[in-house]
Write a protein that binds this ligand. Sequence first.
Ligand SMILES: *[C@@H]1O[C@H](CO)[C@@H](O)[C@H](O)[C@H]1NC(C)=O
Ligand SMILES: *[C@@H]1O[C@H](CO)[C@@H](O)[C@H](O)[C@H]1NC(C)=O
Ligand SMILES: *[C@@H]1O[C@H](CO)[C@@H](O)[C@H](O)[C@H]1NC(C)=O
Length: 460
Amino acid sequence: MGSVNHRSSRSLLSPAQNPACTRAHQITALALVAVTFILTRAFDRLSCSSSSSFNPSSSSSLSPPPLFDRGILRWPNRGFGSALALKIYVYSEEEIDGLALLMRGREGKISADDCLKGQWGTQVKIHQLLLKSKFRTLKKKEADFFFVPSYVKCVRMMGGLNDKEINQTYVKVLGQMPYFRLSGGSNHVFVFPSGAGAHLFRSWATFLNRSIILTPEGDRTDKRDVSSYNTWKDIIIPGNVDDGMTTFHGSTLVSPIPLSKRKYLANFLGRAQGKVGRLQLVDLSKQYPDKLEAPELKLTGPNKLGRTEYFNHLRNAKFCLAPRGESSWTLRFYESFFVECVPVILSDQVELPFQNVIDYTQISIKWPSTQIGAQLLDYLESIPNEVIEGMIARGRQFRCLWVYAAETEPCSATLGILWELQRKVRQFHQSAETFWLHNRSIVNRDLVEFHQWRTPVPLP
Ligand SMILES: *[C@@H]1O[C@H](CO)[C@@H](O)[C@H](O)[C@H]1NC(C)=O
Ligand SMILES: *[C@@H]1O[C@H](CO)[C@@H](O)[C@H](O)[C@H]1NC(C)=O
Ligand SMILES: *[C@@H]1O[C@H](CO)[C@@H](O)[C@H](O)[C@H]1NC(C)=O
């Protein structure tokens, strides 16, 4: 239970702090000259404490969960709490015209299965997990959150929609959601699974600037004037590691090898993409070929690594270097936990998931991207094997938090995200375009009651 200290005072306003009581006291004392000091004080304490007790829940039968119990603050379990208690409504493509476009493209040909794979698969996985979730509700009225499904990163990559169409479709979709308008979007949840974050929807700043965005990308500086990531409302999610590496029970695609058997001190197995840090690593590996494996990889052709081959290389070093690429977050960071190398982040602006509960210094290293050179290799070489083993062992415990498994599993990214969402539950929503009256009815600027709002609802 998240209940507050029971030793606290019964009343929020003590008699001495209450001017009305002090005056009452004086009058009482003057009128009752014959009564002894002790009796007066006893009477005073009795009458004042009962009249000054601050208890809004008793005065209004309308307020649902009592925040006060006989003057004692009772912080509700909901919102933080010791158990998950959420109600999430998931919009369906039948209900909202345009959602199908955001999920399957113009011709409706892109399949969810194709979008499940690869580093952006989270946009599909999170949707599918919520559909099966015990926290899903079919009643909008009781929902804490509204999930807006969209596989738009995949759809765009596969040519299913262009940027202009994506933007227009989102605006059309949101106009069909009165509950979006009611909260100003603040209880609506979107997944943007790539480095572009919410920028995939060009006009995100106008429409989604209050909504909860699930994204692996927390960089506030990257190539854009305005960051679409906001610590206080958005949630950093882990990238989508290949399913073959993350199975809970039984075999994995590639299993880790003992530390003493690893060929390299460190590796970087990715395309350089013309990025400074990555190019420096490729150069460094030419100077120190027995310490650092960092070949010049390409997307296609002989210098491309297959899936299994990639993980076979990745597991062959003590440290897996994770430099920034097109954007700050990097899938390699998450992958390294499953081949059991210690990730070394070379991406200064990175933000990591669940930072409120995970101490990343226990399981990883972050090194300045301006110090990529022999000094990095010297430093990594100076770390004793026992220390590396310790980091790997702790990483083995934490890595379940990167796995998009069913919420019935004891640990998963899914549960982490649900907990983060629970911290964002609001009992009350409002925006610049919502108002409320004495009888708790919510109206818009034209004083139209919420149940009469008709779609399309006017958007900013
Ligand atoms: C996005 O679409 C809306 C509605 O069609 C339009 O008003 C807005 O200008 C578009 N944004 C961009 C950046 O094109
Ligand atoms: C959020 O949207 C509102 C309404 O369109 C707008 O006035 C405000 O400037 C936006 N905020 C940001 C940070 O873009
Ligand atoms: C609330 O008050 C307004 C204004 O008096 C009234 O029009 C509306 O019908 C009331 N709503 C309910 C649910 O009683």
